[in-house]
Design a protein around this ligand. Sequence first.
Ligand code: BJW
Ligand code: ZN
Length: 246
Amino acid sequence: MAAIAADLQQAGLWLTESKRVAALTGAGISAESGVPTFRGKDGLWQGFKATDLATPQAFARDPKLVWNFYNWRRELLAPLQPNPAHKALIRLEEKIPQFSLITQNIDDLHRRAGSKNLVELHGNIWMVRCTRCHLVSRNEEVPLPELPACEECGGLLRPHVVWFGEQLDPTILDKAVAAIRSCDTMLVIGTSALVQPAASLVIVAKEQGARVVEINLEPTPYSHKLDLALQGKAGVLLPQLVERLE
Ligand code: BJW
Ligand code: ZN
């Protein structure tokens, strides 16, 4: 306990000294809101691994199955609320002159909490895209029909999210890289740091001399390379960290 208090003190000092801070979040930050993570034991839906359904191949093979999976997640997410970790990042954004929040999550909880300078690397579950005319729109209907159709052209809609093997939107990725390249301190919160290119942002930050602080329930492949790895729940540790600046 004393060790974590000292680490929080140190991380708080780095944040206080920083003009530019970037945070990268993953599924773990939303776990305490009730969102299942991908690689945890809750990352299964009807016997399928979530990561096996989040692919263009799965959608091409069986779009109904993939839409059933996303409809289930839309139903699950609709009533969920941001937790103390999402809210602590709002207070951090108010305190740091230049703060960027980069999330891999599609759950909309950072936006609902009120984060302003937000980069959604993998899209948003409430956005859909037409597979024929490529129109992107917001759609909060729950549930959507099993095979939802585009209002403009009748084409099959798909979730406007980034699946394995798909390119991230280059403008969005550039924005994330720019934020990391200029940050003094980076926070890496609740991500297994296994999925590229998001995971490389941690390396970019280290290479350009930023201090990198991880908050995770468990060690990750990067923990030993970072300046501090705080082990525990984001909803407990992040508010305590931000308090150090208050
Ligand atoms: C807590 C907690 C609490 C729990 N408090 N902590 C280079 C090498 C090898 C492969 C590749 C490569 N470059 C690209 C690839 C391929 C692939 C990839 O990275 N594969 C790896 C798995 C090896 N990447 C891609 O395909 C990407 N595209 C791309 O790079 O295009 C160019 C290209 C293509 C092909 C080849 C080469 C280049 C696209 C990646 C898109 C990822 N999409 C998903 C689905 C989004 C839609 C949806 O949600 O349905 O994004 S997959 C899934 O993983 C989702 C997540 O955003 C992402 C990351 O997961 P995350 O957030 O880290 O979750 P978990 O569950 O893994 O971890 C949770 C963590 O929280 C754990 O550590 C817990 O301990 C912790 N935790 N409770 C604190 N309370
Ligand atoms: Zn269309």
